[in-house]
Write a protein that binds this ligand. Sequence first.
Ligand SMILES: [Zn+2]
Length: 395
Amino acid sequence: MRSALFLFLLSLLSSRTHAQPYVPGQSYFGSNNYTEYVAGNMPVILSAPHGGLLSPAAIPDRNCSGCSTVNDFNTQELARALANALHEQTGCWPHLVINRLHRRKLDANRDLPEAADGNPVAGQAWADFHNFLGNAKNDVAFQFGKGFYVDIHGHGHSIQRLELGYLLYSDELRLPDDTLNTPVFTGYSSIKHLVESNPQSLTHADLLRGSQSLGELLADRGYPATPSQSDPAPDTGEDYFSGGYNTARYSSYNGGSIDGVQIECNRTGIRDSLTQVERFADSLAVTLLDYLGRHYFGGLETSFCESSDATQSGVAWMYDVSPNPFCRYFQIRHNDDSADWTAGVYNFYGDLVQFVPVTANIPVQIVPPPGGPVFVVLRRNGEIAAVKTVLSACR
Ligand SMILES: [Zn+2]
């Protein structure tokens, strides 16, 4: 019985070895191209549910009572610019999921009945959108053990500030810090997991509106936000979006270790022009990396995916060991079909724990023994091509 189980586990491991269908940075589309997934290899997931530009006549306009059909102007553009900025700043790609349908046709931030208003084609796009997001969430949780999700929106409220939605209503945000730190309110929060586990032991209120909150880190860079240290809660009577369907579904509010926030962007200075969009995307990218470094992955020097640069080293091939740090596995790949490559994986004490051939363009997934960093020695035709230290991020 035990050996049967062992063989079964072994077969799972070996079947996992070649199961990596997505190339980071490349786009994959749902049915009819109504949804798009840009594959990622870092612990950040982005979505843009209300920035779609397609209005196919085949799908009737939604006319359910009370349903909004107004798009969030320039938010698809913002999500793409943010993904590109994160890539420029890290060399890694966030996971990005886009609803390409106009909100008249599909609202990808609602449950199915209101989202598609009964239309099966829109319903399929809704299912594709959420399959992409669910898979991205599972992938990040499996690879890194934790991560951060951002649902990107635009609001038309008069006060020109970012509204960060952690699933707490404005009257709840006006409660004292001590009240927000009780389990009742951390239990409502989209950063529930972060409250339970962050390296500085910051409280829920600290993380919502302290000096190191996402809102304050954005305000520091010239983009006022609430909640934040400088604007702890919307005042009575002020409009505020507290986070919607996607934030609840894909954040730690719903369990698991991926936290999240809905960012409702004001228009002035952020979305009026594509120049503003690009500039804000750069600031948001650096802020998110700052935030991840402080609260998740310990320091900005962290690299989530590591690649050799073939153009700099003057050779025609490149390799990639990622993610680094990893949680349960990392992968090794190269694009050199003119040589034989192998990877030796060594534990902290220098014992060889795994030795595998690596075929060009076929990633090999490595599941090392738990605990501590491992060392990967890549050999090309027997000669050492690279030695990499790969850090474990699991706790
Ligand atoms: Zn929206």
